[in-house]
Design a protein around this ligand. Sequence first.
Ligand code: SAH
Length: 380
Amino acid sequence: MTAPTSLLGLSPPELTAALVSAGVPEKAAPMRVRQLWNWIYVHGARDFAEMTNLAKDFRVQLAERFVLTRPEVETEQISNDGTRKWLLRSGPGIEYEAVFIPEPGRGTLCVSSQVGCTLNCRFCHTGTQRLVRNLTPSEIVGQLMIARDALRDWPSTSENRRITNVVLMGMGEPLYNFENVKAALALVTDGDGLALSKRRVTLSTAGVVPMIPRAGREIGSALAISLHAVRDEIRDVIVPINKKYPLKELLEACRTYPGVSNARRITFEYVMLKGINDTLAEARELVKLIRGIPAKINLIPFNPWPGAPYECSDWEQIEKFAEIVNRAGYASPVRTPRGRDIMAACGQLKSASVKQRASERSAAEKHAELRSAELARMPS
Ligand code: SAH
């Protein structure tokens, strides 16, 4: 007997094919797909037995062939600011993280697209972890489903959902895993399923320029660009993909991003690194550089991690920088660091696939680590 197939993450045609292969008559398949789809993505069903509008025999037949299992939750950590981080596992050495950031009136889930990363951005903790592999559609969409399970955030049709936004800003470069990310986001934004609007889903890229137009046409989510520098010689060092796709090409791709408009602005992320990219002259260059692109600028205070070669800019410097950007007419919120005490903030994610395996540590150790070690390392 072969191992049961998971139905999570399949597209409607793939689900249809799976059901037909399990003996569902072709004619009945569309209705069965609709019923299952509703149970899986609207109600978050984890077991066929819950599907009470399906005949018992059919439920048994499904359970013999298929499962609805999510990735395994290795650990869940809750920050003192309410941010939650899950370390998830799909098999030996396949570990990745998802982070939920609650805010007044909204809640954002930050999702990973790869285990590890190939980009090696100098200020990013994930960048110190080699790429293990791309996540599958089921593993990407599974992060949202696990978070909804943990937050009791089903059904998808509820008016007061806790997860209102999804950002692909976790581990990995989403545009280096294009097909899987595209398939996963199709599920995330499916109106009859998980039902998040495309405007509330943001894909962040360090600048895989050739894939940006395709992302606009085929995915249609909001776009964020990890800019972080205004001159090639600095960006080459801190975001090395810049050597392949320099600023000029990156900004041209933004200017022509399908669907970009004042109502659908591109977010430029800019990490504030003390003495590296944070002069006021650079703030002025920044506004010049993006002139003509409907944009927001998101200033991110650098989040430290053990052994990081940079420091966060001084707060007054960040404020002055933000003021210049603001005066030029761009919204420039400074991103409040969230979940630093559990290493859940931007750029702090790194999974146990390379570090000591989480499974090798005792629960008490994990707890102690949460409470003390990393808190102590973070500046207040
Ligand atoms: N590879 C994609 C998706 C990751 S998004 C991308 O680069 O856009 C993660 C965001 O956090 C990026 O903007 C990244 O540059 C930023 N980041 C990485 N390390 C950081 C750190 N230590 N402090 C603050 N932001 C960081």
